[in-house]
Design a protein around this ligand. Structure first.
Ligand code: DC
Length: 226
């Protein structure tokens, strides 16, 4: 089957919106593959930090992105054969990832790696530019968001559950700063595409958000059948 015939559900949105959780649940329900594109930017950030490389140097960051030795298996992410599933979730990694993600060279270096996840029977991809740049022919595009306050509370809960320390006021400030940087960069900025459906999860449970995505996907399937 031609790659461009393999269905993709693109779920884009801001940091800590819960899009990762919803995307993973939808992928599991449909038996689809799952791409956490933010993890790739976080991996480039982690490697940059480990190498003490200059985060202001787009060329150096792109080199790191090109040669990234990463492997996804089950729930785990390996960098140079070491499990970094939790290590990439720190706020420091998120902040550096957001800085490096503004460099066109870094984005270009990660494009094909992301497209390689498009495999049968289908893919649910989450990030910032899944529908606009990486998979413009996705059958369903969703912009999943929630208020900054609710996102700070969700990130707080997530970090505490992982045994990491966190403070809601600091998290809220980081989220607002990151939103601003991700939305205002010149390349692939975070924004709702005109062809993307808005899913505001501020007052929705995870299961309600999951049902909304599945119901839209069923509509897509029903339309392609007629
Ligand atoms: O989704 P996340 O918080 O794990 O993403 C970390 C950073 O990576 C985020 O601040 C912006 C960047 N990112 C991006 O620019 N494009 C993507 N498709 C995914 C993430």
């Amino acid at each position: 089957m031609q790659t461009n015939k393999i269905p993709v559900i693109a779920i884009d949105g801001p940091s800590a919106s819960g899009k990762g959780t919803v995307a993973q649940l939808v992928a599991r329900k449909l038996g689809f593959h799952y791409l956490d594109s933010g993890a790739l930017y976080r991996l480039v950030a982690l490697k940059t930090i480990q190498l003490h490389a200059d985060t202001q140097n787009p060329g150096a960051a792109a080199e790191i992105a090109i040669h990234l030795n990463v492997f996804f298996k089950d729930e785990h992410i390996y960098l140079d054969d070491i499990i970094v599933t939790d290590a990439i979730r720190t706020e420091q990694c998120g902040i550096v990832a957001s800085q490096l993600a503004a460099y066109p060279q870094v984005r270009a270096a990660l494009t094909e790696r992301q497209r390689a996840f498009r495999q049968l029977p289908g893919l649910v991809a989450d990030g910032r530019d899944m529908g606009s740049v990486i998979f413009p022919d996705a059958v369903l595009k969703i912009y999943l968001t929630a208020s900054a306050e609710v996102r700070a509370q969700r990130r707080h809960k997530q970090l505490i559950e992982k045994g990491m320390s966190a403070n809601i006021a600091d998290l809220l400030q980081d989220i607002q700063k990151r939103d601003e940087r991700d939305s205002n960069r010149s390349i692939a900025p975070l924004q709702q595409g005109i062809d993307a459906k808005l899913l505001d999860t501020t007052s929705l449970t995870i299961s309600q958000a999951q049902d909304a995505v599945l119901s839209w996907y069923n509509d897509v399937l029903a339309k392609t059948r007629v």
